[in-house]
Write a protein that binds this ligand. Structure first.
Ligand code: ADP
Length: 650
């Protein structure tokens, strides 16, 4: 048992140890490595851009092991041998690299030379190499890829051509002698651009003062293309910035850049060699090799990765518009616009403000709606109260209207009874008078009941309408005639006049009876004794226009709009002179309406009122004209007149 316990403890410790060690091992295996051999040392002007470009494509998980040949500073055989030995020693102690990246010509030449000894099965990726012969040789080998470095001379000449019409002579500034690539470009350009003269000036032999003097000698017909004019005779290595500045300060000619350094110190810029982009392309190839992806381009031309870069201030000096520059151009020193500077504040603030504004607007709408709704509610309440009030008036009026004739009838009957009791039954006149009173008050009750029934019918929408083709003049004249005796009792004169003797049209005679009698009974009721009532008929613009005009008490201006409403009486007091229920005109209006007509009033207080009715003159198709039977109609009219005029006492 003791032994078993010991074995268990050892086993447990082993498992823990494996767990602790395993992830570390796995990490080391997973960490990918690539070797980068730079021809230079880290202080060289292009080095950082190349490495940053590589890292941009490789990311953080792929480790870049860098070795520096430093051949530009020490181009000796010993240096090469030393580097070879150092690398051989290091490589034999390293794991395999997935690829080796070679920065610039010297590193590429070294790798080609020692391919078999040092990098036998390792894919090679070059960048920054410009020696065409060397590149050809390298590309013939297996698993060699890369991006070369080439000056975009032609593109810059095209820019010069487009933006500087004065330039006739293009000067190449370079520190290398004419045997170098500049010479090749010079020959090329002389052949291609006959409109220009070209010259190459070697700055290697010049000191700073001579550079200044050179700049002063430029005329407005000169344009400069800066290659690599960075070290001078006095052995002082000048920067691109210093050269650009010296040229800019001592001349006013356009200075274009072949390489992307010094822009912003006086040169315009141009299509420039871009070591960052080269690094990015080479890095992408190395990454694809490592991941086992297919390599799309074995060889990339540096001209394709060169970058158009310009200095904003120099563009302004030469009046070059941004929109005229090649697509994708980078502009340095461009002032940050207010928008660019505060975009991160402006956008959220604007969104917030819009949000707040929307909420405020929504609230305003909500409040407006609530107010509207409250107003409508108030209106509806007022209307309901008004209707209630007018119904109240109506009930009190109706009670009054009902009670008056009933009281009269009752007292007339009591009188008759008294007379019969006193045996005065033979006094015909007494009984006859009382019977007339009873008769008239029965008519009054009948009128009231008729009006109430008609109002109910109109409201219920089942009012009958029986139009016939008839002579309107004849019909209305007979109705007016029936009212004359009633008018005379109040010493009123009725004058009837018409423009036409015959106006044939479709009318419901019963309704016209009621309309005209109602208007006439009102005219009589509200006129002062001795006045005149004029009834006129006109055929006007295919309408029959009937006017009933009195010289009576008139209607208050404020009440005119209401008189056609149900139960409205201008004088609502119990002390009023005239009887009435306030329904007549509302029925008149409805009856005019079913004839497609209009009614309106002109009135002035104490001057009189004029009620005007206009009904379109139309005939019912395929219907005969009713021959106006005067006898029968007169009787009907007279019957209706008694009813309608029942509240006018003789
Ligand atoms: P009513 O049965 O009370 O006459 P109407 O509807 O016919 O009812 O008339 C409504 C009110 O209009 C009348 O009470 C009166 O105040 C006013 N009115 C109508 N016609 C005239 C008129 N010709 N002159 C003055 N007031 C009138």
């Amino acid at each position: 048992m003791k032994l078993n316990k010991g074995c268990f403890k050892i086993g447990l410790l082993l498992v823990i140890a494996i767990i602790l060690i395993y992830p570390k091992k796995a990490y080391a295996v997973d960490k990918k490595e690539i070797l980068f051999i730079s021809s230079n040392n880290p202080s060289f002007v292009t080095f950082n851009d190349q490495v940053n470009g590589l890292k941009a494509s490789l990311g953080d998980n792929i480790q870049l092991q860098i070795e520096y040949m430093d051949f530009r500073a020490f181009s000796s055989v010993e240096n090469e041998e030393n580097f070879y030995n150092l690398l051989k020693y290091k490589l034999s102690n390293y794991r395999d690299f997935s690829s080796v990246i070679l920065g610039d010509d010297e590193a590429l030449a070294f790798a080609v030379k020692y391919r078999n000894e040092l990098f036998k099965n390792i894919p090679m990726v070059f960048l920054g190499a410009s020696d065409a012969g060397l590149i050809d040789e390298a590309l013939k080998l297996d698993n060699v890829f890369g991006v070369n470095e080439i000056e975009s001379v032609h593109e810059n000449i095209q820019l010069m051509k487009k933006f500087h019409k004065d330039v006739k002579n293009i000067i190449f500034l370079d520190r290398y002698d004419e045997k170098w690539r500049t010479k090749k470009f010079l020959d090329d350009c002389r052949k291609t651009y006959k409109e220009y003269t070209f010259e190459a000036i070697n700055t290697r032999e010049m000191n700073q003062d001579e550079i200044k003097m050179l700049a002063e000698s430029f005329t407005k017909e000169d344009g400069v293309l800066m290659f690599y004019p960075v070290n001078f005779k006095d052995d002082k290595v000048s920067t691109y910035e210093e050269v650009s500045k010296a040229l800019y300060e001592n001349s006013s000619i356009p200075i274009y850049n072949i390489i992307g350094y010094g822009i912003g110190s006086g040169s315009i810029g141009g299509k420039t060699i871009n070591h960052f982009n080269q690094g990015k392309e080479a890095g992408e190839i190395a990454r694809d090799i490592l991941l086992g992806n297919e390599i799309k381009n074995k060889y990339i031309s540096g001209n394709d990765v060169n970058q158009y870069i310009f200095d904003y201030n120099r563009l302004k000096d030469f009046n070059i518009k941004e929109k005229d520059l090649p697509k994708g151009s980078i502009i340095l020193n461009k002032p940050i616009t207010f928008w660019e500077q505060y975009r991160t504040i402006i956008i959220p603030t604007t969104i917030l403000l819009i949000g707040l504004f929307s909420i405020i607007i929504a609230l305003i709408f909500f409040i407006i709606n609530r107010i509207k709704y409250a107003k409508e509610l108030l209106k509806a309440k007022q209307l309901a109260e008004e209707i209630n009030q007018s119904k109240g008036h109506f009930i009190s009026n109706i009670s009054h209207e009902l009670r008056t004739p009933v009281t009269v009838i009752m007292s007339a009957m009591q009188l008759i009874r008294l007379k019969i009791n006193k045996n005065e039954c033979c006094n015909n006149t007494g009984i006859d008078n009382n019977l007339t009173i009873i008769n008239q008050n029965c008519y009054r009750l009948l009128r009231l009941i008729n009006n109430i029934i008609d109002t109910a019918k109109i409201e219920g929408g089942f009012m009958d309408f029986r139009p016939v083709n008839i002579n309107a003049v004849e019909l209305i004249e007979s109705i007016v005639e029936s009212a004359v005796p009633y008018a005379e009792t109040r010493e009123l004169n009725i004058i009837f006049d018409t423009t036409d003797e015959e106006i044939y049209m479709s009318l419901d005679p019963n309704k016209i009876d009621r309309i005209v009698l109602n208007l006439l009974s009102n005219a009589i009721k509200f006129s002062k004794r001795g006045g005149t009532i004029e009834v006129n008929i006109e055929n006007k613009e295919n309408k029959m226009r009937l006017s009933v005009k009195d010289s009576g008490i008139g209607i208050d201006e404020g009440k005119i709009d209401q008189i056609f409403e149900k139960f409205v009486q201008v004088d609502e007091s119990f002390m009023r002179v005239n009887e009435g229920s306030g329904i007549g005109l509302s029925i008149v209006k409805s009856f005019v309406g079913i004839h497609d007509g209009d009614i309106y009033v002109k009135s002035e207080i104490n001057e009189g009122s004029e009620f005007i009715i206009e009904i379109p003159i139309r005939l019912l198709e395929n219907e005969e004209i009713i021959d106006f039977n005067l006898e029968g109609e007169e009787e009907a009219v007279l019957g209706q007149t008694k009813v309608e005029f029942s509240d006018i006492y003789f």
